[in-house]
Ligand binder design. Structure first.
Ligand code: ZN
Ligand code: ZN
Length: 182
């Protein structure tokens, strides 16, 4: 994909975020402040010091808004869903080179909350993806019992499972067994 490192990183973050949702199958994996803190550390979300129950509620709302973008049935619906999210997001572009990273752009204000941070940076990354005509890369796993989302970064847009080692492998084994029975 013709996207820079920051954008690829933000897309990976939004995928991780959406896949904590019970909407993708399983339990809510942002169940409390401890799991929210673990998410912030795992994704190296910068500038976040305190987290409150209010942050947890707001992040869950943003997460569902992103889920609607990923699961939109067509490109115009994805655009509508993303515009709805962006219109509620305070966006403040700012050049920075924190923590030893080279100069890059943040889209959240310096005093942004966690949900504002995620909505701005991930929202802008998805906006660029849609502008590049890459809407089709926003996918939901094809395994029958998995609704996790992913961004298909393969050259020929051929990826159908959220994870080739888990769902992909599981489905190939099932197909192999079905052929052997036939
Ligand atoms: Zn940064
Ligand atoms: Zn899957």
């Amino acid at each position: 994909m013709p996207f820079g490192h920051d954008m690829v990183y933000s897309l990976a973050t939004v995928v991780e975020l959406v896949n904590t949702s019970p909407s993708t199958g399983g339990d809510d994996r942002l169940a409390d402040l401890a799991t929210l803190r673990a998410f912030v550390e795992a994704r190296q979300v910068s500038g976040i010091t305190t987290l409150t129950p209010r942050d947890l509620g707001q992040v869950r709302l943003v997460r569902e808004a992103f889920h609607r973008v990923f699961t939109a049935p067509d490109q115009p619906s994805a655009v509508r869903q993303l515009n709805a999210l962006l219109s509620e997001t305070r966006i403040t572009p700012r050049l920075t080179e924190h923590d030893g990273h080279p100069l890059h752009v943040h889209y959240f204000a310096p005093d942004a909350t966690l949900s504002e941070h995620l909505a701005a940076d991930c929202g802008v990354a998805l906006a660029h993806l849609l502008v590049e005509g890459e809407w089709e890369r926003l996918r939901t796993c094809s395994a029958p019992d998995c609704d996790r989302v992913f961004v298909d970064e393969s050259r020929n847009r051929s990826r159908v499972y959220c994870d080739s080692r888990t769902c992909g492998n599981r489905m190939h084994v099932a197909a192999y067994r079905a052929r052997r029975r036939a």
